[in-house]
Every structure is written in structure tokens, then in C-alpha cells.
Ligand binder design. Sequence first.
Ligand SMILES: [Zn+2]
Length: 307
Amino acid sequence: MLYLQLFILLRWFYYSRLDQKVIKLRVHVFIIVILFLANIWVWPNIVNSSDEKLVVNFFDVGQGDAALIEAPNNFQVLIDGGPDNSILTKLGLAMPKSDKIIELIVISHPDKDHISGLVEVLRRYKVENVLATLVEHDLADYEEFKKLIKEKSIPVVLAKTPMRLYFGESYIDILHPFEVPTGMADDINTNATSIVAKLVYGSDSVLFTGDLEDSQERGLLLKSLDVDSDILKAAHHGSKSSSGEEFLKAVSPEYAVISAGRNNRYGHPHQEVVERLKAFGASVLATSQLGDIVFESEGFGWRLVEN
Ligand SMILES: [Zn+2]
């Protein structure tokens, strides 16, 4: 398209038999149009390749979870992929067009609302690493996901605290599970096996909790793990079996993000959880009301990006 526009402009400039004055005017118009086109094409790439900025996207994928961390230098970490292929549109808009590499996918736990969208992500992106547990699920999507990992020889790292993963200046601390969990989804409570990851960039932090429940939240406190964070991805879509008082007091989030579908059949988020989060001083933001929720940081304070 750009080449076609340039071609038309060049024809207009060279093939007209006009006096000097008109030619001069057309040279100026030509230069202005070239600068304008260059601005459209070059500027987004400059913005996308900012060396300092870290972006966290909590995508509106309906009733499920999917969050993309874009660390400086185009280093992407996808935490869960939501229940369907809506994640593809979200990634397409959030990631630079030329970047088809996701450096790390984290599967908080293998339930449908967190992993089904990841199958197509594996097909369309070059995924360099996967962080997971050994919990099994007989979901067709999870079987397909594991098959693709094998075919593409993607390294799988097993999550277990303590573990710190660096992405340049930022890092993720794995705060849960304490031992790599195993077992079939039918026999165990998969929510209780959720990977909890704390992202830190300068003075800024986000706590990703998967679908962790109240008793495991207390388990983190008993281990004296540093859960204090600026942004909390409230566990289990704002369910009342999560986000206990002691835990919220320790996290003391400035913002609480709830990832849930509009009018979902579970009634997420529960009103009492929303009230609890507010009581501990958090601004509560829900994807079911706001759509995608995006934060930016340069390491010294979060900025909530307006949609
Ligand atoms: Zn869930």
C-alpha cells in the first residue's frame, strides 16, 4: 500500500508539464506527504521498542484469565491463555507486528478457562519456554497443548518456590507451589495447585495468583513470603473462596484486577470480595466491566492506561 502511494506521488511529480512555481509547490507537498507517511510507519515501532517501559495487559477473554507482560526489549511473558481463541486478537493488538516470539508461557493450572486459548498460541507463535506443574487434565485442549510442546521441543520448566526468572531489569518470583504438584484434575483441587508469580520492576510489582484459594493464601503467609504488591490479580476471578482478609492485608494492593466474564454463571466477582478489596484500600478493576486493563511502568510507579 505504501509503495502504491509513493508510485502515484512520483508520477504526479515527474510527468506533469508545469511551470517552475507549480513544480516547487508540488516538491513541498511531496516532502510533507513523505514525512507524514514516515511518521505513521516509523513512530509505532519506536514506541514499541521503548527500552524502559514495561507493560502488563490483563486481557478481557470472557470468563477466564490471560495476562501478557511486555518487559523492556520486547520480552513477552504470557500468563494463561483464557478459554478460547479470543487471546489471538488480543496478542495481535498488543504485540509488535514484527514480533512473533513469546519468551515464556506460564500455565497457572490446567483448567479450561486458563489454558484452552494456548493451543492456537502455540501454533501461531514461537514459544521459547513453558513454566508449568505436573498436574494432568484430560481436557482435549490440554492434550493438544502437550502434544504441540513435544513436537516443537519447547523446554518445560517445573514451577516450585523458590525460583526467580530474570527478564533484563525485571524479574518474576515464584511464590507457589512449594513442591511441584502432581495428580489428575478429577482427583485433586487444581485451583489449589496454582502457580503464584510476583513480577518486580524497579519499585513496582504485580502479584498473579491464578485460582488460588484462601487456605493456600494463608500458606504463603505462614512461609513469610513477600506477597506485598502494588497490583493484585485477585485470585479465582473474584470468588469468595479466595482473597482472604489476612492475605489482602499482607498484599496491600493499590489496584486489584478481577478477570471475569460479563454476566458469568458463577456470579464472579462476588460482591463481598469486591467490598473486601476496597476495604483494604484497593481500586477494583474488572475486565467484565472495563474490557482489557493495561498498566505501564518505567520502574517507579504504575500508570493505568485508559482504553
Ligand atoms: Zn479460573
